[in-house]
Design a binder for this molecule. Structure first.
Ligand code: BG6
Length: 489
């Protein structure tokens, strides 16, 4: 009667993931407008290590200056790796690996360059038509994120980003436009990439630039609330346009573990986990969970909600839950006593002494992926999609076009083993798109030298190079994994 599932499901969606702003390039061609990710404070007097994180926290003055093309210190930023012109070649390589799915985002600013126009930019719409047609040609399912750190810059300066409720309608107009256009071509959608990252990157996630907004929890949670409503309304419209289509939420899921067995550490860990769970709770269950009142009060946040919001959220939950998983992190109630145990700057927490880490200090913990999947499935009983997972590393191109990235293979192998374990635990996981299946610009460092791909791109941190695509060792390995449906790792 009870049978353990020992295999990946037959129709499992194996593939890779990208984001328009890190991959496409062509940020100023085809009628595209500027997004939060296209500008970058680029001052040669600032040391490279300090420069890399600058874009995560741009000020109003910087964003305004960045829109003036005569002020050169903000350019270049996202030259991507020119998927805009290489899409046929890249998709053919994905097909050669046997991809069943390809996660990508639509750049909002290719469709609505300023974010608040009525009429869309036909050239932008036509570009994604070509991309989806090419994917469909090979039977690759597109999985499309509507907003992956790609808010139009005009909405940042003119509207103050997501803190302004008017942005909801602008987003829903954009979503409606692409749902209508790509009906029948795209089945799987996601609204906001890593929606909970607004806590750490209020500029890239919410378009907040004013000092009081950047540092105030009030603005971050208010912006997030507007995104929840926008996401629910987009889900509603999607169902009206295409009843076959599926909408997912997407959270950055770091698994937090107590640093010690002290009850205080356990308690604090539960609180930290809610930094992600609040965001999936609202989108999956359709209402704010019981712990919200205290969580907001502790942060002096008073949410402004319209009378219809509760109903909108309740009536339009998502169909599936997607997550990015890169690492776990330890939590202590007394981190100040843990000298030297500095944690990850992006997600918080402190270092776990049992775990190795990548060159960028991201702690590697495949087993906690299994725990994360179990936690989310126990909580929601909805299908799970792993939208991102991978190892950022420096790769060396050796003579004869050889890139031996066995470290990447070993990272991915261990994580895929744990997905299989989770499936045996009874978790419904229906897809895995590893991050950066082809090298592109890293979000946190802004440099290509932090590479994730199965495919190497000949380009340096300044955007120079032939952009030639070269297969790494991991390309052949992943191809075999897909061919054997995860049986041979
Ligand atoms: C995720 C983002 O947080 O991590 C991606 O959704 C990002 O956009 C990925 O690229 C890896 O991070 P990084 O900073 O190494 O590129």
């Amino acid at each position: 009667m009870f049978q353990i599932k020992t295999k990946f499901p037959d129709n499992f969606l194996w593939g890779g993931a990208t984001a328009a702003n890190q991959f496409e390039g062509g940020s100023n061609v085809g009628g595209k407008g500027l997004s939060v990710s296209d500008v970058y404070y680029f001052d040669e007097d600032i040391p490279k290590e300090q420069l890399s994180n600058q874009w995560l926290k741009m000020t109003r003055k910087q964003v305004e200056e960045a829109q003036d093309p005569t002020i050169k210190k903000y350019y270049p930023k996202r030259h991507g790796v020119d998927f805009y012109n290489h899409y046929q070649e890249d998709i053919a390589l994905f097909a050669e690996m046997g991809f069943k799915a390809f996660r990508m985002s639509i750049a909002w600013t290719r469709i609505f360059p300023n974010g608040d126009e009525q009429e869309p930019n036909e050239e932008g719409l036509a570009f994604y038509d070509r991309v989806f047609d090419e994917l469909n040609k090979y039977g690759i399912e597109p999985v499309v994120t509507l907003s992956h750190y790609e808010m139009p810059l005009n909405l940042v300066t003119k509207y103050n980003g997501w803190v302004n409720r008017e942005v909801i309608d602008l987003f829903v107009h954009y979503a409606t436009t692409v749902f209508e256009r790509y009906k029948g071509k795209v089945k799987y959608w996601m609204t906001f990439n890593e929606i909970n990252s607004c806590k750490h990157h209020p500029y890239v996630s919410l378009g907040l630039i004013d000092e009081d907004h950047l540092h105030l929890e009030q603005a971050k949670y208010q912006g997030a609330h507007h995104q929840f409503v926008a996401s629910a309304l987009a889900t509603k419209v999607l169902k009206e346009i295409d009843s076959e289509a599926k909408m997912g939420c997407m959270v950055s899921y770091t698994l937090f573990v107590p640093y010690s067995c002290a009850p205080e550490d356990f308690q604090k860990t539960m609180d930290r986990q809610r930094d992600a769970l609040l965001f999936s709770d609202v989108q999956v269950r359709g209402y704010y969970p019981g712990y919200t009142a205290r969580l907001l009060a502790d942060r002096n946040v008073v949410l402004k909600m319209e009378p219809e919001d509760e109903q909108i959220l309740r009536n339009n939950p998502v169909d599936y839950v997607s997550l990015s998983y890169y690492m776990s992190s330890a939590v202590s109630a007394q981190p100040e006593n843990l000298e030297g145990a500095i944690g990850n700057l992006l997600v918080g927490g402190i270092k776990n002494p049992y775990l190795p880490e990548s060159a960028w200090g991201w702690q590697i913990d495949p087993k906690s992926l299994r725990s994360a999947l179990n936690q989310l499935y126990d909580r929601y009983q909805k299908p799970l999609f792993i939208a991102e997972n991978g190892l950022g590393a420096v790769d060396t191109l050796e003579e004869g076009d050889i890139i031996n990235d066995d470290y990447r293979i070993s990272y991915l192998r261990e994580h895929i083993k744990q997905i299989k374990e989770a499936i045996a635990d009874g978790v419904d996981v229906f897809g895995y798109t590893s991050w950066g299946c082809i090298d592109m610009i890293s979000a946190s460092t802004n440099q290509i030298s932090k590479r994730y791909g199965y495919i190497y791109v000949d380009q340096d941190d300044m955007g120079n190079g032939t952009k030639r695509r070269i297969k790494k060792q991991s390309f052949y390995w992943y191809k075999h994994v897909i061919k054997t449906n995860g049986e041979q790792l």
